[in-house]
Design a protein around this ligand. Sequence first.
Ligand code: SIN
Length: 492
Amino acid sequence: MESNNYNLRDPSLFNSQGLIGGSWKFAPLGKTFPVIEPSTGDVLRECADFTKQDFIDAIESAHDGYQEFYSKTTAKERGVILRKWNDLILANLEDLATILSLENGKTIAEARGEITYATSFIAWFAEEATRNYGDTIPSSYHDTTVLTFKEPVGVCGIITPWNFPAAMITRKIAPAIAAGCSVVIKPPSETPFSCIALARLALQAGIPGSCLHVVPTKDREASLQLATHPKVKKLSFTGSTGVGKMLARMATETMKRVSMELGGNAPFIVFKDANLELAVAGAMVSKFRSSGQTCVCANRLLIHTSVVEEFTTKLVAKVEALKLGSGLAEDTSQGPLVNASAVKKVDTHVKDAISKGGILRTGGKAPENLKGYFYEPTVITNCHPGMAVATDETFGPLAAIFPFTTEAEALALANDTELGLAGYFFSKDIGTVMRVAGKLQVGMVGVNTGLISAAEAPFGGIKESGIGREGSRYGLAEYQNLKTVTIGNTQD
Ligand code: SIN
């Protein structure tokens, strides 16, 4: 046991082993990789670094595991297990939030919020497990009935990002287990420890070790087994569009089902009739949640020229009130970015915008007094489509303000991207609300709110932002095959 346990109530939760075939394991030859604490830039802890063969072993175990699990449990029993997992996570919330904040850097308040958000998917799919309805379809043949069965797809390969080390795990595992599948997870190498801690509690709750495998690695080739191995029947990935396209191409070889939650470039439109207090509050949530590192973060703030100055003044006041600091410090309201390249990307977007006519209103540099990967929350006005921030997701704390004059212009700017994950707008006019909600080319629209993520709301994008929906009543079907059963000649 390593010495610094950060006052965890249950230090065994902060573990660096993988879970394969029901056993906690160190990697072959004791190989490890360092996980860096973004608030300090120092090594937080070493994590086991597994190989291609470990992925193959995990997939084989998961293949046997799901068949037994599905045949021996009812949907209700799987729901009960999920509910226990939910309760165990909530009972350990403070420890889990500490581990999450340490490895990801998000503030302890945000980390607590993420753990609660993570459990919301488990609670949701514990219920959905029992609502696995099929159909009875009137047949066009005499003496025939057509039914549908919903069956687990089988082994699911799961690859998750560092920006939500807990919630992206549960958003995928909970529906998979509810459906009767097994999973092999490659947790993010930046933040593997939250996943490992959640898996420990999942075993305690009764998820069989043969159905839950956690295989941390830095070896990209090794993890590609999840996209290529024929016994993996479903690949669920959250991450960048570039990597998602590559994985989807590989998964096609064996015709795996895929869910791809990819990048965004969210427009955030404020019309001239908007409630500006609400719009500024929405921009703070949407832009600065997790220091701007969510795929649904507002990337382009499109503000009507008649309110742009008032909006900016109010926004700058709120941004300047943010307190940058270590994730674990209770008074921090904005944590660090995940690593040095994230800081560099924000700085590149800031410098590019300023060099092309953008006006810096606050922030604009990495602070000198903080040691980790920090960047000052930044506001730039006078932005235009020629800037890098217009076409590329900053994934950091840069609020880039683009002025517009007409609804048509705002929509053209908003839709001028290959990505289509989230979009937001603020207006009090019901006609504008209905029209713009319909015309935004995205999978999710926030109207008069900057927060759209919830277990009950379908999460996913269109265009190059991905395929499939997570959470909600649609999320279970992503882990199920639909089987048509036609029963004929029942009358002797
Ligand atoms: C993500 O950034 O990948 C997920 C964001 C969310 O669930 O709100």
